[in-house]
Design a protein around this ligand. Structure first.
Ligand code: ARG
Length: 574
């Protein structure tokens, strides 16, 4: 059984608070934080001042007198206006560490209330290459997928591929044209799309054909569908390659694109119209989600069916939401989509509620900011084009290779396989730079910063893990069951940080903010490094050596598990 220190300490403090103030205070937040003066500081006596009108120092004295946990507490001092400085017993921490070391979950419990969580992520548009915006959705969504699944939730990923609608008219026409003159190259997705777009903009004849082609597509014309399928298959092939390279969990079967919902749209529109929830306005069928008004104060429309009879992005999203609840059984629906779509999604959620499709499920827009270039504007190539993901990954690998080779000269061990290490480092750098910044904010894409082997970066954490493994390789005697000794402040600091791993993971589960786990792992890497400096491991006396090797091993386990939850591979040698 694992002990969560904060949970345990909270219970101990609450018991004393109840004894002091009465049972109505059983849920009091003890306001615990880590402290430089002790292991923890509790600010509850000050926080309770408003409610109890009692002098915090006097209250703190009473609470301390009522504390009764000799196996947990070493001593508690009252400081300043009424802070409790809490020192824990070393043997309490040591036994919690031993349990964490033996636990393959590194001390993270399963959720007591598992849910079915549907996560909409990646969701690029077919027949176009993915850009850095889709990179963010893919990387953040995948980290949340991993964290929630690890906590015991059933995660159902949904790749809401943009594989239907008007752009396919011009794409199919362009495909048929290029087939006719033998120049078809759908593998070059971006240029294929651009050529079609250019023709659409310059030739009225082509544009007209494209529009007629959309109608044929919507009507299910066999020849049109066959061409459409070719384009989609090519896109899926391309996506599979990107996902494999990025090392994300998304699989082919997670694709549930817009086209999947097409057959459901006409009945959905009819149902909503018949129930009086949607009405015709200037020929379009509109739903007005309560609470949404435009700048003029008029209700805002979610367009379900356009004037021309076609269905769009909005109707598809209402159908998808309903499907996620009714067919997939989702109780928590996450949409990992950029911030510009926040109003659209808020309207979809409201429409779902209005129509009774939510069935008690909660929908959340997990939004994120943009990726910026060094100039603070949207990240673009020097030529002003959107950055292709495949080119970005290739550049990362090239740059990481230089790092690996440079490191190889300053080490006493043989270098790792350069290409595979460079790949892992590049992916770690890219993912970590994305995940470690506050998701809502924009971030600046900067190779030098994200690949640096110092500071809050993916490669630094990989390096911190590799260092634990390098030490463990040199351990020649068993140490796993040796008692853990925590006499040095650096050992104690490391112990407390290790024991906080589950808090960091749970924090990501509730906030859906992966950067909290990044901050934790960076802190762990830092206290581990301080520990090496203050406490020799391999050169210590046998008992201490065994204890410190155990701490080293646990640090490695937690770093590896934490990185894995972010979708980053920990490498053995760096
Ligand atoms: N394909 C859309 C885009 O690239 C994102 C889809 C997000 N998911 C959704 N259910 N609307 O902007």
């Amino acid at each position: 059984m694992n002990t969560n220190v904060v949970t345990e300490l909270t219970a101990v403090l609450r018991a004393a608070i109840v004894k002091t103030l009465g049972p109505e205070f059983a849920e009091t937040d003890p306001v615990l934080r880590r402290s430089t003066h002790a292991d923890f500081q509790a600010n509850c006596a000050l926080a309770l001042q408003k409610l109890t009108k009692e002098n915090p120092r006097a209250l703190a004295t009473k609470i301390v007198a009522n504390l009764d946990a000799p196996s947990v507490l070493e001593r508690v001092e009252i400081a300043g206006p009424g802070f409790l400085n809490i020192h824990l017993r070393a043997d309490f921490l040591a036994s919690a560490l031993a349990a964490q070391l033996a636990d393959e979950r590194a001390g993270v419990a399963l959720s007591p209330a598992p849910e079915v969580v549907v996560i909409d992520y990646s969701s690029p548009n077919a027949a176009k290459e993915m850009h850095v915006g889709h990179l963010r959705s893919t990387v953040i969504g995948d980290a949340l997928h991993r964290v929630l699944a690890f906590r015991g939730h059933r995660v159902v990923p949904q790749n809401h591929l943009g594989d239907w609608g008007t752009p396919f008219g011009m794409l199919i026409e362009h495909l048929l044209d290029s087939d006719a003159d033998g120049t078809t190259d759908t593998a070059a997705l971006n240029s294929f799309y651009k050529q079609a777009r250019a023709k659409f903009d310059s030739s009225p004849e082509f544009a007209e054909r494209a529009r007629r082609r959309v109608v044929l597509l919507q009507a299910g014309d066999a020849e049109t569908l066959a061409s459409w399928r070719r384009l989609i298959d090519e896109s899926k092939l391309y996506m599979r390659g990107i996902y494999a390279r990025l090392g994300v969990l998304l699989k082919g079967e997670d694709i549930c694109g817009e086209s999947f919902f097409n057959p459901a749209l006409a009945p959905l529109a009819q149902e909503l119209e018949e129930r009086g929830l949607a009405s015709i306005n200037e020929g379009a069928l509109c739903l007005y989600p309560p609470g949404f008004v435009n700048r003029e104060g008029n209700p805002m429309a979610l367009m379900l069916r356009k004037q021309d009879g076609g269905f769009g992005y909005g109707a598809t999203d209402v159908a998808a939401l309903r499907y996620r609840v009714e067919k997939l059984g989702g109780t928590r629906l996450l949409y990992v989509v950029g911030s510009p779509q926040s109003q659209h999604l808020a309207m979809i959620f409201k429409a779902g509620e209005l129509a009774g499709y939510m069935g008690g499920a909660r929908a959340e827009h997990v939004q994120f900011g943009s990726v910026l270039g060094a100039d603070g504007k949207m990240f673009k190539t020097r030529e002003g084009e959107t950055v292709r993901l495949s080119a970005l990954l290739a550049e990362g690998e090239e740059r990481a290779k230089a790092t690996v080779l440079a490191k190889a000269t300053e080490r006493d061990e043989p270098p790792p396989a350069v290409d595979s290490a460079a790949h892992s480092i590049a992916i770690a750098a890219i993912k970590y730079a994305d995940l470690s910044s506050d998701r809502i904010k924009d971030y600046v894409f900067d190779w030098d910063r994200m690949l640096a082997d110092k500071g809050n970066t993916g490669p630094y954490l990989q390096y911190a893990y590799a260092r634990t493994q390098s030490i463990l390789r040199k351990a020649d005697a068993p140490f796993e069951s040796a008692p853990i000794l925590l006499n040095e402040p650096a050992e104690r600091a490391l112990a407390l940080t290790l024991l906080a791993f589950s808090d960091a993971v749970n924090d990501v589960e509730s906030s859906l903010e992966p950067h909290r786990l990044c901050t934790y792992l960076y802190e762990l890497a830092s206290v581990t490094s301080t520990f090496y400096t203050a406490c020799p491991v391999l050169k210590a006396e046998p008992e201490l050596r065994a204890s410190r090797l155990a701490l080293c091993k646990l640090s490695g386990q937690v770093l590896q598990r934490g990185l894995e939850l972010l979708g980053i591979t920990a490498i053995e040698r760096m």
